[in-house]
Design a protein around this ligand. Structure first.
Ligand code: 13P
Length: 249
């Protein structure tokens, strides 16, 4: 059976002190059984937070990694470096990377390869812009993102991937996709996975929803059969909200 997952994407937020306080508060909370809880802090906090989470079931993820393995790439962080300090997940293809840092599908595919090669679990993000949904192109956009960024993986490697559907118009806007809109897209994604791989692989693939998911709407979103959890931005910065979301299954 596929995993239920709640992952917090802290983006470029928190001072180091705030990051430690947030982790301590999350650690003190009761995490429901069978839920994988992941925090994705900024790079610089990964190593100390891995240490703080050593005795905990909470997993640590990064928000990005380089498309290259190593070498003269000033300012970049390699997947292998993250793995070597105890990071287990990495977000790849977030819409903010796609739009603000001009990351095309080809770069995202290379990052996915680096993550897999370094034994990190990729959290692959996809999702359409508002104009694309208004033009009724949202299914085609997400299909292309998956085909170009992810579906080159072998069956064995694909099994390590988590998919996050994040409609861009819902990110940080307070406008959440309705649970029916989320379900419709998640089901579409699962069907694509089933066609490219196998029914069993699709059935075991966790597909998270992201975009203004919070403690008030998580239960409704997670009640849908193809929504296996959330990738949470703003609401992951408050321990009580983040934990409440983890209790929303
Ligand atoms: P918000 O939850 O702040 O809308 O952000 C979602 C997101 O981008 C998670 O990766």
């Amino acid at each position: 059976m596929r995993k239920k997952i709640v992952a917090g994407n802290w983006k470029m937020n928190t001072s180091f002190k705030e990051a430690i306080t947030l982790i301590e508060e999350i650690k003190k909370s009761t995490i429901p059984n069978g839920i994988e809880l992941i925090v994705n802090p900024p790079f610089v906090y990964c190593q100390p937070l891995v240490q703080l989470l050593k005795s905990s079931t909470i997993k640590l993820g990064a928000q990005n990694c380089s498309e290259h393995q190593s070498g003269a790439f000033t300012g970049e962080v390699a997947a292998a470096m993250l793995q070597s300090i105890g990071v287990t997940y990495v977000i790849i293809g977030h819409s903010e990377r796609r739009s603000f840092f001009n990351e095309p599908d080809e770069t995202i595919a290379k990052k996915i390869n680096q993550a897999i090669h370094s034994e990190l679990c990729p959290i692959f993000c996809c999702g359409e812009q508002l104009s694309e949904r208004e033009a009724n192109n949202h299914f085609e956009i997400v299909k292309t993102q998956l085909e170009n960024g992810l579906f080159h993986l072998s069956e064995t490697d694909f099994k390590k991937v988590i998919i996050a559907y994040e409609p861009v118009w819902a990110i940080g806007t307070g406008i959440t996709a309705t649970s029916d809109q989320a379900q419709e897209m998640h089901q579409f994604i699962r069907t694509l996975v089933s066609k490219h791989y196998t029914h069993e692989i699709a059935d075991n693939c966790s597909i998270l929803y992201g975009g203004s998911c919070n403690a008030s709407n998580a239960k409704e979103l997670f009640s849908k059969p193809d929504v296996d959890g959330g990738l949470i931005g703003g609401a992951s910065l408050k321990a009580a909200d983040f934990i409440a979301i983890a209790h929303s299954f």
